[in-house]
Structures are given as C-alpha cells and as structure tokens.
Design a protein around this ligand. Structure first.
Ligand SMILES: Nc1ncnc2c1ncn2[C@@H]1O[C@H](COP(=O)(O)OP(=O)(O)OP(=O)(O)O)[C@@H](O)[C@H]1O
Length: 565
C-alpha cells in the first residue's frame, strides 16, 4: 500500500527527495565554508570577504530549499491522501455490501478519513527520511576528510545510536497499531449509535451508550501514553549519547589543534559536523511519522484485500426475467449455513412471494437473486445465463431493487427516484411515482419533485414509496422487492401490489413478504424454512398447513385471502 502511494507520487517524491538532499548537501557545506571564512579572517583578511559571501549564499540557498520542501511536502501528502481515498472509496463500492458487513460503516469511515490521511504522509516522510539519514552520514564523511581520527572517535558511539533507533521503531509500531485499532472501534460504535439515535432516545440509554462508545478510551489513553514514553525514552537516550559523542569529537579536535594538525576553522567545522552527525532527533521524528503511516497503510490494505466483485462480458438473450436458483448454498458472515442447496424457479412474467420466519434467509435470497451477494456454491441464472457471467451494465439494467429502508440518494426528490444509470427521463419518473402512489405527496412538498431530499422529512411509508418508484422507473426484466411494502398502509399496499402484480407480461417479480395479503396476491409463494424451500405453491393452497399460517403469526384461516378481499 505504501509502495503504491509512493509510486503514485513518483515525480513529486523524487523532486522532494532531491530538494531534501540538496538542502542536506548545502547544510553539510556550510560548516566547512564557515571554517574557511574563520581561517581566512585570522590569517589573510583580504580573502575573508569571498568566504563570508559564500557562507551567506549557502544560508540563502538553505532557506529557499527549506521553503520549497515545506510546500512540496504538504502538497505531496495531500495528493497522496486524495489518491488513497479515491482508490479506497472506489474499492469499497466495487466490493458492495459485503465490505460494510465485515468492517461496519464507522470503522470504514475512520479508515477512509483518518488512516488515509496518515498513510498519505508516507511518500513525503520517506523522501525526508533519506535526507535525515544523509545528514549524519555526510557529517561523518566530512569529519573523516578533516581528520580520520575524528570520524573514528564518533563511530565508536554509533552502535548505541542504532540500537536506540531500532528499539524505537519496534516499540512504537506496536503502540501505534493498537492505538489505531482502538480509534476504529470508537468510530464504529459511534456510527452505530448515530444510526440508532431514535432507539437510544426512546430507551433513555444515552449515558450507557456514551459509556459503550468510549469503552476503548482507557486503552486509547494507555497506548497514547506508551507511545509518548517510547518516543521520550528514545529522545532522552539520544540526548544522553549525543553530547558525549560531540564532546569526544571536540576534545580530539582540540588535541589535534594543539599539535598543529588542525586549524581553528577546522575545529569550528568539526564541532558543527559533530552536531550534525548526532542529529538523531530529526531521525526519530521522521521514523515516528513513517511508523504511523505504515500502521495506517496496513489498515487500508485490509480493506483493499477484500476482493472486488468481478464481472464477465455476456449479455442477456431476449426473455421475460425467468430467475433460477440451482443448488444454491449461502452462509452468513459467521459461517452459518443460511440457505442450503436451494433450487427455485420464478417463471418470467410472474410474481413469486418469498415468505418464512424471521431469519429464514429471505433477504439473503433476494440479495443472491440480483447479485448483491454471490452464493458460496451453486448458481443463480437469469433467462438461462449465470449472473456471474453478465457484464455489470447488463446485470444492473436487467434487475431492479426496492428495499425496506431505501437510501434517498441524490439532490432532489426527482433525482432520488431517477437514481441510477442511465437516468430515466422525467416522464418515466412521474409515471413510476404515480404507480408507487408517491406522486400525490411529492407534489405537496414545497418544491414538488425539485424539493431537496434534505428538506423533505418523509415518513417510513413515504420513503418506501420513493424506493418503489425508483425501482419502477428503472424497469428491467426482474424486479426484486425486499420487504419494500412493509411500511405501506393496507390501502396503499393494495393499490401498489395491484399495479405491480397485474399480469404484466415481460418481467418477473420476486417479493419478500411478511404480510399474508401480499403473498395472497402473488402468482406463487416460496416458503423458506430451516435453510430449505419447504414448499412452493399458491397462498390459498399453502394456507391449509398450520406451519405456513404460523409464519404470519396466525393459526386461523381469516387471512386466507390476505384479509383484503
Ligand atoms: N447479503 C447478505 N450476505 C450475507 N449474509 C446475509 C446477507 N443478508 C442476510 N444475511 C444473513 O442471513 C441470515 C438471515 O438473514 P435474512 O435477513 O436473510 O433473514 P430474513 O428471513 O430476511 O429475516 P427478517 O424477516 O427478520 O428480515 C442472517 O444471519 C444474516 O446475517
């Protein structure tokens, strides 16, 4: 993941590394130039101006390079973050609902926002790290050039510095990973609570919820403190070692000066190179940044590892939306088999209701029927073609969905009904709204169909009618309603199902139903029980069985005709 982000910012990263290295080179030249200027001032003042001017030029170059590095570093991080977020968002939507089931919306948002921003700093940090490494290395070489003994004295203390840095990288990466996990859990619980705000308010459990959301807080605090301790320890050890090394180099340089092997200027240069060579503080900072970026990238990588749904290139032959499930087995995310070898045919041009007790797998079957999920084994076919072999536009044009709680996406009410690709023409949107019995209430909204969704507070039934209108407007040869009629009043439900179930040739309908009235109007009913299809038949025939009646919470025959006749 880090490699991909760095490759994406390749040119900027290379420029940044070049600027950082140029800054390091200028920084390394400065002590030698200062030393020369000092020697010239002491021995031959006529040459001193020249050296002083060189020192001034180097300082100017350093200031300009530093400014460029700051701007380029910030924009490189911003661009890498934007690229990561775009890639991740595309991937999450490409995988489909499965990824939401695995990570939860809060955790995904935390990764997409927080972790992507941290991982996005990696290319700039990496470029800076090279420069931060080059400075001490260059300083040691400079010490060697002044006098090899100075470099040897310094190198004697290097193993301690390396040990400090290694311990820092190892310990801090553990703390950072745990810290980010705790952050993700808080975000996940918060998103759940926001989604369930009504339930929490009704239950009067706000305080308990706050406690639940913030449960990982002590762990967060513990890991945060541990991180500071690791960083503090590394800095303290570095601070302890650095002055000792600097004094050793300076003492050696002083000795060499008394033996006339070094000039005063070289002593000055050596003292500054000793400071540069022990500049572990910058390295610790850069290394810390890289550790955080790596931990974040690991969390993004987990999301990207979730395989995207793949499509093939087949198209559909002419047909009326015949749906077929062949030996379909599907498990939930805990590995429990929900549907076990289900065989089912919904003949084109007919309506089939799917009924069963809560948790029987009706919604899962609806998801498999339109390839919102793939079965673990078996095959789902539309007009004889396996769904896995269809190309995406063909699949999505052929199958329309309406859900129990439709998401009202789009700017206006008209947008939300026409949501999808291609956008249906306005005439079709109105017609679909009339079929779904949504036209009346939409026209009563402040700006009718142009009312922004945010300014249209809708009841559950109204939202469901917009969801139904969306499915009708999109058309297609198979329409799947997953409990999409549950919030409609019985009169509206009657009208909608009449319009929907009217023997309209040309497309099939699969309707997850909880009400006997809905099942009664379908051409046939599939009764799911214990992972299997227990029976397929007409509602009136199945009603004779007590087990079937119990699905609707009734053991009397009163609802035989759906209670609506
Ligand atoms: N798209 C899906 N992918 C994987 N598992 C799913 C999917 N939809 C539902 N499940 C799982 O299938 C099991 C049955 O849930 P499902 O929602 O299908 O039952 P249901 O019969 O529709 O229940 P209810 O009438 O209460 O809505 C659950 O364990 C659920 O987590």
């Amino acid at each position: 993941m880090l490699g991909a982000a760095t490759r994406h910012s390749g040119f900027r990263c290379a420029t940044l590394a070049f600027l950082s290295l140029a800054g390091t080179a200028a920084g390394l030249l400065l002590p030698a130039t200062l030393g020369r200027a000092l020697d010239a001032l002491l021995t031959d003042p006529s040459r001193a101006t020249n050296w002083v001017l060189r020192c001034t030029a180097l300082m100017l170059v350093l200031a300009v390079l530093d400014a460029c590095e700051t701007v380029l570093g910030a924009t490189t991080s911003a661009r890498a973050t934007a690229w990561l977020r775009e890639r991740l968002t595309g991937h999450v939507l490409g995988v489909g609902p499965r990824v939401g089931h695995r990570f939860g919306p809060g955790e995904l948002v935390a990764r997409l926002v927080g972790n992507a921003a941290q991982a996005g700093t990696a290319p700039a940090t990496l470029a800076g790290l090279f420069a931060a490494l080059a400075a001490p290395l260059g300083a040691v070489v400079a010490l060697w050039l002044i006098d090899p003994r100075l470099a040897l004295v310094f190198l004697g203390g290097v193993p301690i510095v390396v040990a400090v840095l290694r311990a820092f990288a190892r310990n801090s990466s553990r703390c950072v990973a745990r810290y980010q996990d705790a952050q993700g859990r808080i975000a996940g619980a918060l998103a759940e609570a926001i989604g369930g705000a009504r339930t929490i308010a009704a239950g009067g459990t706000a305080d308990k919820e706050v406690a639940r959301i913030l449960r990982p807080l002590p762990e967060l605090s513990r890991e945060g403190h541990r991180m500071w301790r690791v960083q503090g320890r590394a800095a303290a050890q570095a601070v302890g070692v650095a002055p000792l090394l600097q004094i050793a180099v300076l003492a050696t340089a002083g000795l060499l000066l008394t033996q006339h092997r070094l000039s005063v200027g070289e002593l000055l240069a050596a003292s500054r190179y000793a400071v540069l060579a022990t500049g572990v503080g910058v390295l610790v900072g850069r290394l810390g940044g890289l550790v955080e970026a790596r931990a974040s990238a690991r969390r993004l990588g987990e999301v990207l590892d979730e395989p995207e749904t793949t499509y093939r290139r087949r198209h559909l032959p002419p047909g009326q939306g015949t749906l077929e499930l062949r030996a379909v087995t599907a498990r939930n995310r805990d590995g429990r088999t929900v549907l076990d070898g289900v065989d089912l045919v919904v003949p084109g041009g007919t309506t089939m209701a799917v009924v069963g007790r809560s948790g029987a797998g009706k919604s899962l079957l609806a998801a498999l029927a339109g390839r919102l999920a793939d079965p673990d084994s078996g095959e789902v076919l539309l007009d004889g073609v396996p769904l896995r072999e269809l190309d995406r536009p063909t699949l999505r044009r052929a199958i329309g969905y309406a859900f129990e709680r439709p998401a009202l996406l789009g700017e206006t009410v008209e947008d939300t009904i026409g949501f999808g690709h291609p956008t249906p023409p306005p005439g079709r949107v109105r017609e679909a709204a009339r079929t779904a019995r949504a036209d009346d209430f939409v026209r009563r909204l402040p700006h009718g169909y142009a009312t922004p969704c945010t300014a249209a507070p809708l009841s559950g039934g109204e939202a469901q009618r917009l969801g139904l209108a969306r499915a009708f407007a999109r058309g297609g040869r198979l329409l799947i309603l997953d409990d999409a009629l549950s919030s409609l009043d019985t009169v509206t439900e009657h009208h909608v199902t009449e319009a929907l179930f009217r023997r309209t040739p040309g497309y099939g309908r699969l309707v997850v139903a909880h009400r006997a009235s809905t099942a009664a109007r379908a051409d046939s009913v599939t009764w799911l029980d214990g992972g299997h299809v227990r029976a397929v038949g007409r509602h009136a025939e199945l009603w004779a069985q007590p087990g079937y009646r119990a699905v609707f919470g009734s053991d009397t025959g009163d609802e035989r005709n759906g209670g609506s006749s």
